[in-house]
Design a protein around this ligand. Structure first.
Ligand SMILES: [Zn+2]
Length: 185
């Protein structure tokens, strides 16, 4: 019983450590790295996460594809899905936080303030290291790029940080990524 909580605690602390290091590299203040993912310690996130990842033998890769990304709609665990939703709503470093679902108009996407987009990048880099991912953050981003709803400003910033994303996409698709964005504006 205590085993899964212990294993999950070790995972969360390892994740926090790597994200902390990446936050510092991006010049974020100490407290940003220290507070990162604080809400994971609330019972309504902690318990469903510990059950989901360490309640069985699968471990932290459960419900993720080979790159560590959560597979949409495949968790099969309603308690986990609710905890993940709460986590997104409590933590502005998740891009989902900035997606505004409007009552009867189209979804709007707000730009992420610099502090949060930096923390998001640190989170991606740190998560990759904590999970022992074999691929780079850029490769990871490119695989999932089309599923992420980002404001064009946020997307440009992220892609300039990751480097050569535009060039790669241009080689593959024959157009610059910014051109994709224009139709959505
Ligand atoms: Zn988070």
């Amino acid at each position: 019983m205590i085993g899964k909580h212990w294993k999950y605690l070790q995972y969360v602390l390892r994740h926090k450590w790597y994200v902390f290091v990446e936050c510092r590299k991006l010049g974020l203040p100490l407290w940003v790295g220290l507070l990162h993912d604080w809400s994971k310690f609330l019972p309504d996130e902690w318990i469903p996460y510990a059950n989901y990842f360490y309640g069985s033998e699968v471990g932290i890769s459960r419900g993720r594809d080979e790159t560590g990304y959560y597979k949409p709609g495949e968790s099969g665990d309603d308690a986990f899905d609710l905890a993940w939703l709460k986590h997104q709503h409590r933590n502005p470093h998740h891009w989902q936080y900035w997606v505004l679902i409007q009552d009867d108009e189209d979804t709007r996407v707000l730009p992420m303030p610099d502090r949060y987009r930096k923390e998001m990048l640190a989170d991606w880099r740190g998560a990759g290291r904590a999970q022992g991912s074999k691929i780079s953050t850029k490769e990871w981003y490119l695989k999932h790029r089309d599923k992420m709803i980002l404001h064009p400003d946020t997307r440009h910033w992220i892609e300039s940080q990751l480097g050569a994303v535009s060039l790669l996409l241009w080689l593959v698709r024959g157009k610059w990524p910014a051109e994709d964005e224009e139709g959505k504006e």
